[in-house]
Design a protein around this ligand. Sequence first.
Ligand SMILES: Cc1cc2nc3c(=O)[nH]c(=O)nc-3n(C[C@H](O)[C@H](O)[C@H](O)COP(=O)(O)O)c2cc1C
Length: 310
Amino acid sequence: MDPVFRALADDTRRGLLDELFQRDGQTLTELEQRVPMTRFGVMKHLKVLEQAGLITSRRRGREKLHFLNPVPIRLIYDRWVSKYAEPWVTSLSGLKADLEAAPEPAAGVARASRDGFYPDRPVIRMLLISGSSRDGSTDAAVLRTAAALAPADVETVSDAGIGELPLFNPDDDREGAPVDERVAAMRTAMASADAVIVCTPEYAGALPAALKNLLEWTIGDAGTYAKPIAWINAAGPAAPSGAADAHDSLRKVLGYAGADIVESACLCAPVTREMVGADGLVHDDAARGQIAASVAALADHVRASATKPV
Ligand SMILES: Cc1cc2nc3c(=O)[nH]c(=O)nc-3n(C[C@H](O)[C@H](O)[C@H](O)COP(=O)(O)O)c2cc1C
């Protein structure tokens, strides 16, 4: 069931299923008109849905028609909803639908309750990824500080399991086949994040291999496609190039993956080991200002996207 949950964890993919629920048998061109992204992006999302068995497709001449397949969702329902619980579930889901039909008070609040089950959930979930797994890492300290300085409506998640991932191998990421559970966990964390902040050192003139490896695993499920992502470059004054090459390669990889690089949130906050206190946080005021500005700019971008008409 993992591929089904992964496929359903994404807003765009749920939107595509809604479209097919409204009218089955739509072509890629028709679906593309209903989603604010490129044809390539829609194709990738449809592929994930197809791999999860949530849609099927049939060729008609040169066109490919897409059909909703509700069977995997029904299997989830059957597994957890017994015949005794069914009447209660029906009443509660009816109540939820009625409450959600009430006028929306504000865009932010509506988005906060978008999954319905956690109405108090902070509006924006940010996944924080450090390219360094070193004890005492300055990059990790920057991300801890980002979490501490985040606006009240931002929830941060710090563990993408970067150090635990197996080395990427396309043979282990085949269509329809389950992936390693550590990869699945990382993909879930990525899919449920509204935005991502990366803070990485440069190793030998490029991205650390562990970070590149994580990003390679996100290609198969389009995990970073259209995902708002920013980086905070914490390279201190001793770094010869200011870690420019690492960040150039990060930009290149994220560009390949189709990520939404949020330029206004990509900032430099030079941090040396002396600037990190015993509490593991950055204490330098200038660096803290830059870190807070990056988180705020990324959150602004997510809020603005959430209120854009689709
Ligand atoms: C093996 C190795 C290679 C490195 N290569 C570079 C490099 O090419 N460019 C650079 O600016 N810094 C380089 N550094 C320095 C790291 O980027 C620097 O120590 C950084 O602060 C590490 O981040 P951290 O504190 O989060 O672990 C290298 C460090 C190591 C251990």
